[in-house]
Design a protein around this ligand. Structure first.
Ligand SMILES: C[S@@+](CC[C@H](N)C(=O)[O-])C[C@H]1O[C@@H](n2cnc3c(N)ncnc32)[C@H](O)[C@@H]1O
Length: 230
C-alpha cells in the first residue's frame, strides 16, 4: 500500500505527531502559548503591524501559527492587508486540520475561515481570508523559496526540530531567508541549536538567543541589518 504523506499519530491532548519526522507539530504543553511567545512576540507583533505587512513561514503544518496571526491581526484593529506566505512540502488533510484546531477553542472562528478555504488554497495556492492574503507554496522549501519573488517583514522558522528535519535549517536555505527579508526584517524560531544560529549569522542576520517557551531555556530571534553585514 502506498505510504500516506503525513502519517500522523495523535497525543491524548490532541497534538499531532509526524511519523515521517518523528516529532510533534508544536509544543505538547500549550501550542498556542508557544506560538504567541516564539513567533508573535519574538517578531515584535502586533506592534510592528502596518497595512501591507508581510510574513513568511517555513512549515505551515496545521496552520496554528497562521490562525494565531489572523486572530492577532483582527484583535489589533489593524486596517488594511496582511500578506502571509507559507512554504510547505506535505500539506495536511482538512480533517487533520480540524482535529488539531479542536484543542484551541479560542481559535474556532478563524479555524472555520481557514478550513473553509483549504481546498481552494491547496488547488490554487492563494486565498483571501478576511483581509489576509494567504499563499501556500507547496514543495520542498529548499527548491521553492529561492524561486519565490518577494520580501518579508518577518519570518517564522518552524520546521521540525533541527535534529529531525535538518534540511529545513540548512545554510543555503537560511541564505534564501536572508535574501527574502526586508532591511530591518526579523525572524524567530523556537530552536536555539548552535548550528542554526551560526547558519543565520553566516547568512547576514544579527542573531540573539533569548528566553524560550516553557521548559525550553532558549530560542532564537534575528534581525536583518544589511548596513552591518560584512
Ligand atoms: C513543526 S511543523 C510546522 C508547524 C506549523 N507551523 C503549525 O502551526 O502547525 C513543520 C512543518 O514543516 C514541513 N516541512 C518539513 N520539511 C520541509 C521542507 N523541506 N520543505 C517544506 N516544508 C517542510 C512539515 O511538513 C511540517 O508541516
Amino acid at each position: 500500500m502506498p505510504q500516506k504523506f503525513n502519517d500522523l499519530s495523535w497525543k491524548p491532548n490532541g497534538v499531532p505527531v509526524s511519523r515521517r519526522f518523528d516529532d510533534p507539530y508544536y509544543s505538547l504543553d500549550n501550542g498556542l502559548d508557544e506560538t504567541t511567545h516564539v513567533f508573535l512576540t519574538g517578531n515584535g507583533l502586533p506592534e510592528r503591524f502596518y497595512d501591507g505587512f508581510s510574513i513568511g513561514e517555513l512549515g505551515f503544518g496545521t496552520g496554528l501559527n497562521f490562525l494565531a496571526t489572523l486572530k492577532l491581526w483582527q484583535d489589533s484593529g489593524q486596517k488594511g492587508c496582511l500578506e502571509y506566505i507559507s512554504f510547505e512540502a506535505f500539506p495536511l488533510e482538512k480533517n487533520e486540520l480540524l482535529r488539531a484546531h479542536a484543542a484551541f477553542p479560542v481559535l474556532v472562528s478563524v479555524s472555520e475561515l481557514l478550513v473553509g478555504s483549504w481546498d481552494a488554497l491547496k488547488q490554487s495556492g492563494v486565498v483571501q481570508i478576511e483581509n489576509i492574503r494567504l499563499t501556500l507554496v507547496r514543495g520542498d522549501a529548499r527548491k521553492t523559496l529561492p524561486q519565490w519573488q518577494g520580501l518579508c517583514d518577518c519570518w517564522y522558522l518552524d520546521g521540525f526540530s533541527p535534529a529531525k528535519n535538518p534540511e529545513l535549517w540548512e545554510p543555503e536555505l537560511m541564505k534564501s531567508v536572508a535574501e527574502k527579508s526586508k532591511q530591518g526584517g526579523t525572524l524567530a524560531t523556537y530552536s536555539a541549536a548552535s548550528f542554526v544560529r551560526q547558519n543565520l549569522a553566516d547568512a547576514g542576520f544579527s542573531v540573539s538567543r533569548v528566553k524560550g517557551f516553557g521548559r525550553k531555556k532558549h530560542m532564537t530571534t534575528a534581525v536583518m541589518d544589511r548596513h552591518n553585514a560584512g
